[in-house]
Design a protein. Structure first.
Length: 324
């Protein structure tokens, strides 16, 4: 982490010198995904729109593939001002901004349409703004699909099949509680270590969306993919308030408009990627299981109940989401 922070600071100081020469304001954007990922394609649209709207006065330099660290590390780089923008999962962000925990509640959203009606409406915008007090201002949401279970040796057809299975989850309490409520043994682990962990039997499986299942090559060593779609945790495009505060009012409008446009484009890229990914998975001989989702929904209800007991102040937001 220290090494990456110094690298980022060095890049910042070096490129700041370049800014003074040509008058272009550089915006450094770091994320952890490969350049083939639909979210990266959405970020390229953000870069294009920023440059176009600003007439070339602002340019975005992208550092993909985790060049500047993990999601948590890039958030810390935003907070200290050495990187301007990042894209992280709302699950990772919830460790910094508590309200993002809401978006990981199992089966909170009735459908994809319901999810984005919520995220692009009053509730979603208010959550984006909550991060400002932690120096992390949300710009927009990106579609990260629905997360489902995949396993190496045992098919999951009902929640009972999870009993005794070690399932890798993100280091996020909601994800841990969700797997445990269904009878599995939640095992937080770095995504980068997961391929080897599945291969060696350290864990029995994991949970993720189709594009990530494919881009990670986990489909090569996982025989079963159960589309229970237990959670739909979005990705979030964020700008550090230290950088945001250096922008003029007009520049802020350009950046926000560019983010909104990139969000629309990214949804199209995402849908295309899901279809392509599922074709790859099928051709690889992975068994696709369509379970009865109601069984998983019923068994995971305790996660929401526990969350509301622990965070009664968020019950009103949950009710707004349910009633929208």
């Amino acid at each position: 982490m220290i090494h990456k922070v110094f690298c980022a600071l060095f890049l910042l100081l070096f490129l700041q010198g370049c800014q003074k020469e040509d008058g272009v304001k550089m915006m450094y954007l770091a994320h952890t995904l490969p350049q083939t990922h639909p979210v990266h394609k959405g970020i390229l649209e953000f870069k294009k729109a920023v440059k176009l709207k600003s007439g070339g006065k602002i340019d975005v330099k992208i550092f993909p593939d985790g060049q500047l660290g993990s999601e948590r590390e890039t958030l810390e780089l935003l907070q200290i001002g050495s990187v301007a923008v990042t894209k992280v999962s709302a699950a990772t962000l919830s460790n910094f901004v508590p309200e993002y925990h809401l978006l990981g509640i199992p089966y909170l959203f009735k459908s994809k349409q319901h999810q984005f009606d919520v995220l692009e409406g009053e509730v979603g915008k208010s959550i984006l703004e909550k991060g400002s007090k932690f120096w992390l201002r949300g710009l927009c949401y990106y579609d990260a699909g629905s997360r489902s279970f995949y396993t190496s040796n045992k098919a999951i057809r009902t929640p009972e099949d999870l009993k005794g299975l070690k399932i890798r989850v993100m280091n996020n309490q909601m994800a841990i509680n969700m797997v445990n409520s269904l009878g599995g043994s939640a095992t937080p682990m770095s995504f980068g270590e997961l391929y080897t962990a599945i291969q060696q039997g350290v864990v029995d499986g994991a949970e993720n969306n189709p594009p990530s299942f494919v881009s990670s090559n986990h489909y090569e060593i996982s025989k079963y993919y159960t589309l229970d779609q237990h959670s739909s945790v979005p990705d979030v495009l964020l700008i550090g308030t230290k950088y945001w505060d250096t922008l003029s009012d007009q520049e802020k409008v350009w950046v926000q408009e560019a983010a909104d446009e990139s969000s629309k484009a990214q949804k199209v890229f995402w849908n295309e990627s899901v279809n392509e990914s599922m074709e790859i998975v099928k051709k690889a001989g992975v068994e696709i299981i369509i379970p009865e989702k109601a069984l998983f929904q019923e068994k995971s209800k305790s996660v929401l109940e526990s969350f509301e007991k622990e965070h009664p102040e968020m019950s009103s937001i949950i009710n707004k989401i349910k009633n929208q």
